[in-house]
Design a binder for this molecule. Structure first.
Ligand code: BG6
Length: 479
């Protein structure tokens, strides 16, 4: 008699699917600001070009005394910057309007809402304190049923303000209709983590403390302040990059496999792993580092001292590079350091997560030249997967050589902002940050912010165009 062993069913998680309602309105509060022109409108243009959101009405609103013409020029320029000039985009542009308003005033908001027909998405492209005041005014007057809210990062300015903003939003709409944006969650390379981890047999069994020595999540940019002092000087690298984007990457990298990619399951898994995440040894002094750039040159471009950039207040002591070591205290990861680092104006672009594996239990005598452990690299720009291995390469077959297997992740259909906007238009919060997660992310970094404010961690300097300060927390990031 032969028995056949049934193979285990292969289940690839399903994504929530919902039907986009017709004739939606997107109301942008803070429409004359930098974020709207630089990120939101180009993302919207690319999304519209796919034919999604048919018949969208776009209304911009802000303090600036613009007319429709001025606003349409901005929309047209932003759409043109990403080649979004097809019939769908042109129809939205032609129809689009600008309403000058104080977005924190009940009367002005009432007037704005009267102009918004159909299902409504309100995008707060505003600084966190203005967002909170605007949301409070909306809570007093109410919003049409089904309204979805999109809020830019940072969500609040600390854990307490994030919690009270969450409480306020809960009086306006259900949690599933709140889309807290972290555009990293819309990056196709970041989302590639899901396929890489959960649709392959070979990685998941070794992604744990038994086999992994450490994890680095690095986001170094050659860009300096780029005229963003108004926002950045009040935020700094820790809030701008680590508290938001890099913790989201950590969550996707460290979470347990969700049974489906439905919003409730994916977001639940992320929340679980972030709840278990805290500073290494609970000590902000040894587990964090901060620095800011001094004058230097990058690719032939001369950058001034950060403190000499227009709009910077040197007394704030804002950092342009932040580094943290975290522990993810779960059965899977306990004891594995996760180092998160982000710096501006560094020598080169370095955007990747690197998983460094432990050494093999024993390299047999007679096999020479073992130097480096295996590493799995997930690049967020260039979007590339890399696996560093030791092999018996050319020449002496008993002498080990290093080899890197690489594969390019193809580009996604949409830029990150287009992807997160699609989620809001489809009423699918899978790629937005849940309220409790926003609070957890503040909880993780708050001891560091307090130690920095108290001067317990010195503010180091590095020349623009260098690799950053010399000494590092856990040794250099693997090259
Ligand atoms: C933004 C930060 O959220 O992300 C910027 O405010 C940073 O400082 C940017 O440069 C990086 O994202 P991207 O999509 O340009 O790689």
């Amino acid at each position: 008699m032969t028995t056949s062993v049934p193979s285990a069913p292969t289940t690839v998680p399903a994504r929530s699917s919902t039907v986009a309602p017709a004739r939606q309105t997107l109301l942008v509060l803070g429409a004359s600001g930098d974020l709207t022109g630089r990120l939101l409108l180009p993302g919207l243009g690319r999304l519209l070009a796919t034919g999604a959101v048919p018949g969208l009405r776009l209304i911009g609103s802000g303090m600036d005394d613009w007319d429709d013409e001025r606003w349409r020029r901005r929309v047209a320029d932003s759409f043109a910057s990403v080649g979004a000039d097809g019939p769908h985009e042109t129809a939205v542009l032609r129809d689009s309007r600008y309403v000058s308003a104080d977005v924190t005033s009940e009367d002005d908001l009432r007037r704005l809402l009267r102009d918004c027909a159909g299902p409504l998405v309100i995008f707060f492209a505003l600084p966190p304190l203005v967002t909170a005041r605007s949301a409070a005014a909306l809570a007093r007057i109410g919003v049409p049923p089904g309204t979805r809210l999109m809020l830019e990062k940072p969500f609040g300015v600390d854990r307490v303000s994030a919690r009270s903003l969450n409480e306020l939003l809960a009086t306006l709409v259900p949690e599933e209709q709140v889309h807290r944006i972290d555009h990293f969650l819309g990056k196709s390379t970041v989302l590639n983590l899901l396929g890489l981890r959960f649709a392959n047999r070979i990685f998941e069994p070794v992604l744990n403390a038994t086999h992994v020595a450490c994890v680095d999540i690095v986001f170094d940019e050659t860009l300096g302040l780029e005229g963003r002092a108004g926002y950045y000087d009040g935020a700094g690298a820790l809030i701008d990059m680590v508290q938001s984007h890099l913790l989201q990457v950590l969550a996707l990298l460290a979470m347990d496999p969700p049974p489906t990619l439905r919003a409730s399951e994916l977001r639940g898994r992320k929340a679980q792993v972030l709840r278990a995440t805290r500073l290494w040894a609970d000590d902000p002094v040894t587990a964090s580092r901060r620095a800011r750039y001094a004058a230097g040159e990058i690719d032939g471009r001369r950058l001034p001292n950060y403190t000499d950039e227009p709009g910077v207040d040197p007394a704030r002591g804002t950092e342009t590079l932040a580094e943290l070591v975290l522990t993810v205290d779960t059965w899977r990861w306990a004891g594995v350091p996760f180092r998160l680092r982000s710096g501006k104006a560094t020598a080169g672009v370095r955007k990747e997560a690197i998983i460094t594996f432990k050494q093999p239990a024993r390299v047999p005598d007679g096999l020479t030249g073992y130097e480096h452990p295996d590493r799995l690299r997930i690049g967020f720009g260039p979007d590339r997967l890399g696996l560093d291995l030791n092999i018996n390469g050319p020449g002496d077959p008993f002498d080990l050589d290093r080899v890197r297997l690489t594969a390019d992740f193809g580009p996604g259909d949409l830029p990150a902002y287009g992807e997160v906007l699609r989620g809001a238009f489809e009423g699918d919060p899978t790629l937005s940050v849940r309220g409790d997660v926003a609070e957890e992310c503040w909880r993780i970094v708050e001891p560091v912010l307090a130690a920095w404010r108290a001067g317990a961690v010195p503010l180091q300097e590095y020349p623009a165009g260098s690799a950053g300060p010399d000494d590092t927390l856990l040794g250099p990031v693997p090259g």
